[in-house]
Design a protein around this ligand. Sequence first.
Ligand code: ADP
Ligand code: MG
Length: 581
Amino acid sequence: MGWGSKNCFSALPDWKRKNKLMPIKALSPQVVARIAAGEVVERPASVVKELVENSLDAGATQISVEVEGGGVSLIKVTDNGAGIPSQELELAFERYATSKISDLDDLESISSLGFRGEALPSITAVAQLDMITCANGEKAGSYLGLRDGAIAERTTKGRSQGTTVTVLNLFRKIPARLKFLKSVSTENSHIANVVSHYALAFPEVKFSLSLDGRTALRTAGSGKLLDSIAEVYGAEIAENMIELKGETTPRVTGMVGLPKVSRSGRSYLSFFVNRRWVNSRMLARAVEEAYHGLLMVGRHPVAVINISLPARDVDVNIHPTKSEVKFANERAVFSAVYRAVRQTLAEQTPVPRVEAATRPILSPSEFREPTAPYAGADVGLSHPPSSPTPAAALPVLRVLGQLAGSYIITEGPDGLYLIDQHAAHERVLFERIERQRAQQDIEVQGLLEPMPLEVSPRQEAELWAHYQELAEFGFSIEPFGGKTFLVRAVPALVHDKDWVGMLRELLDSLSEGDKSHWAEAVISTMACHSAVRAGQALSDSEMRELVRELEQAATPHTCPHGRPTMIHLSYGQLKKDFGRT
Ligand code: ADP
Ligand code: MG
C-alpha cells in the first residue's frame, strides 16, 4: 500500500466515516456507566482491590475474600467493619457518592483508600452484586441486590456488624472484556497479589483468601509485619528480613531482605504510601541503589517499605486505580528511602567477622548518597556516582602470606584480614573496567585473524541487540551471516582467557536477566573471567599489588556479585578468644 491521498482516505477506519453521519448527542447513563467502569474494573483483581479497600476504610479487623473461577464466577468479600447504615445503602451505589470526603479541601489531604465514590457503581455496571450490611447499633442487616446496575431487590437480613459483598458473573455481558482475561490461574495470581499486598500493608488486620475452596493466604492480624511477611513470602524470606532503622523525613519504615534472599524479578519490592499500595519506578530505584554492590547482576531485593507523610504532600488522585501517586517533593522521598535502606544494610552486612560484629562497615555518616533522584530511563550503569573517597575505606594492610593458594593473609591496625583472592580481584577489575569504559579507555587487542563465532538462536538475538555496544568494552564483532559473527578484536584483559566461553555465558545471562543492567553484566562477566582463580599461587608482589588496589576500591568489602571479599578478626576478639580480657 502506498501513501497516496486516495489510499490514505480509503484506509480511514469505519468509525471515522460513520462519525461524519452521526449528530452529537449525550450517551445514555448505561453506556456512560460501562465506559467509566472500564477505568476502574480492568480485571477480577480490580474488584477485589476495591472491595478490600472499602473494608479497610470501614475499619475492619477481619477481611475474608472468597474467589471462584478466577473471580469471574464469584468474588465474595466479608468484613467486620463499620457497615453502611440502612438509610444510606442505596446511596452507596450512586456514582460519586462517598462518605470519605465532602469538599475540595478534603481532596487535598486524602487519608482513606477510597474517595471517588466510583467502585460500587462501576462494579454493578459489569456484574451482578449482592450486599448485606449492618451498621453499629442496627438490630438487623440490610440486603440489596443489583442487576444490570439497577436495584432488583431490597430486604432485611440478619448479620452482625460488618459488610458482605458478593460479585457474580463478572463481565458476563461484556464478551470483549471476558476475552481479554487470562486463564483462571493467572487471574487468581493477580487476586492473590492484591490480597497479599494489603496483608503486608495492614499486619493488624486478619486476612484470609480462598481460591476455589483452597486457602491461599491466611494472616494472623498480629500487627507484626514480619508475621505477614512469613505468610505472604514464606519462612525462608521472613528469616532473612531486617527492620529499617533510623529516622528520616518523610518517615520510612518496613523491612528489607538480606542480600542473600534476592530475587530475579522486582515483584518482591512493595511500597505503601500512607498505607496505600503503589507502583513507583522512582521508589524501586531508590531501594535498588541502596543495594548497589550487594546483589548479583540481574538480582533484585525483597523489601516492604512504608512511607508516611502528611496527606498534603502526596497526590493520590492522578491514576484511575490510584495505584500511582505524585509526591510534592520527590527528591526528599527518594533520598529518605535510599538512606533508610542503605543505612540498615550497612549496619547489617559488615565485613563478616569470626564473632558478632561490633563495628558496621559504614558508619551512618559515611554512606554515599546518589546526587540525582533517579534516571528517568534505565541506563546501563546507574548507581551512586563513584566518589574519590571510598565509601568504607579499608585500612592499610600488610601482606603476611597466602593460605591454601586461595586467601591472602593480611594484617591491619585493628587485626587480621583474610582476603579471598578471586573475589577481591573481581572487585578490583570490576571498578577498573567501569572506570576505563567511562573514560573510553579500554585497552583493545586485535586478533591476528578474525575469529568466527557460532551462536545459538537466543544468543544470536542478544548479539544482534548488543554487538555494537559491546565495542565500548573492546569487542569488535560483526555479523557474518546466519548465526555466525566475526570477532576482530577483544579487550586486552581477556585476550589470553577463554573469551569465547565468556561471551557465550554473557549472552545467555543477558537473555535471561534484566536488560536494564546489561552494561553491568558485561563488566561483571569480564571481571569474573579475568580474575585470579582460587588455587592460583601468587607472588608476594602480586599479592601486595592486589591488596593495594583493593584498598583503593570504592566498595572493597564485596565482589560484584555481592559476596564478601574478606573476613576480619579483630585483636579484641583474639584476646577474648585466648581468654585475656
Ligand atoms: P469510595 O470508597 O470511593 O467512597 P465506593 O463506591 O467504593 O466509593 O463506596 C461507596 C461508599 O459505600 C463508601 O464511601 C462507604 O461509605 C460505603 N461502603 C462501601 N463498602 C463498604 C464497606 N465494606 N463497609 C462500610 N461501608 C462501605
Ligand atoms: Mg471504595
